[in-house]
Design a protein around this ligand. Structure first.
Ligand SMILES: [Zn+2]
Length: 231
């Protein structure tokens, strides 16, 4: 337990910046099978440039190469933010159909004057009580196919703890079905199992499957008939 203390402390301080600590030896002992691609359809705000999107995917794909995986970005739409809160964005994504040619939906959130004001406000809370209120990104937990990240670099203290690249890598793990764990073994096995589903004859051959954080296998593009309830 004492040995784990620095890790626990790190997790506590960094909360949602890591899904777990890498275990290189364990990872290298797992066979992730042949190279596979999945298509990530992007909805973005106007201030996110093509270069920023490319840089983000370059970083993510460097991480995904560990598993012989590649995320292929496809720009779907440039839209106005559906609401101020992360839950507004997630709700919007849940109500949006996962169209043909999309395995995942990713919303790239920009940075407005309203956001800057909110950052300043939460910065005060951060300094005051050590709480980090501002959420950098999230993936819905019902299907693990839709999520958003704050895609603009910021200049406040949060820059010290996170970056859009590390947020995308983090949320990227959730898009593959991983939850949070202290060490990554469970997540490696999840990714291997998701890749094994590619050979499942019952799956939609045009959809990259997922196993949700709760263990539900999703072999077809999951769409929601009814309005998604925010949580
Ligand atoms: Zn997370």
């Amino acid at each position: 337990m004492l040995k784990l203390f620095p890790y626990l402390l790190f997790l506590f301080v960094f909360h949602c910046t890591t899904v777990g600590f890498h275990e290189t030896k364990v990872r290298e002992s797992i066979s992730f099978g042949p190279e596979a691609n999945f298509r990530v359809c992007i909805l973005k705000e106007t201030d996110i440039t093509k270069e920023e999107t490319e840089t983000l995917f370059l970083a993510w794909n460097e991480e995904l190469a560990l598993y012989n995986l590649k995320a292929e970005p496809i720009l779907l739409d440039v839209i106005e933010r559906p609401g101020f809160w992360g839950t507004d964005i997630l709700g919007y994504l849940m109500n949006r159909q996962l169209t043909k040619g999309c395995d995942r939906l990713l919303y790239l959130k920009g940075r407005t004057w309203g956001d800057i004001g909110f950052e300043v406000l939460t910065l005060g809370i951060f300094v005051g009580v050590g709480l980090k209120l501002e959420v950098q990104g999230a993936v819905e937990g019902q299907t693990n196919t839709r999520g958003y990240i704050k895609a603009k670099y910021i200049s406040t203290i949060q820059f010290l703890f996170t970056s859009p690249k590390s947020t995308l890598i983090h949320e990227g793990y959730h898009l593959l079905g991983c939850g949070h764990q202290l060490f990554m073994k469970e997540c490696y096995e999840k990714i291997r199992n998701v890749k094994l589903l590619l050979t499942d004859p019952n799956r939609d051959p045009n959809f990259f499957p997922v196993i949700t954080t709760t263990g539900k296998k999703i072999l077809f593009p999951p769409n929601f008939q009814t309005n998604f309830n925010k949580y």
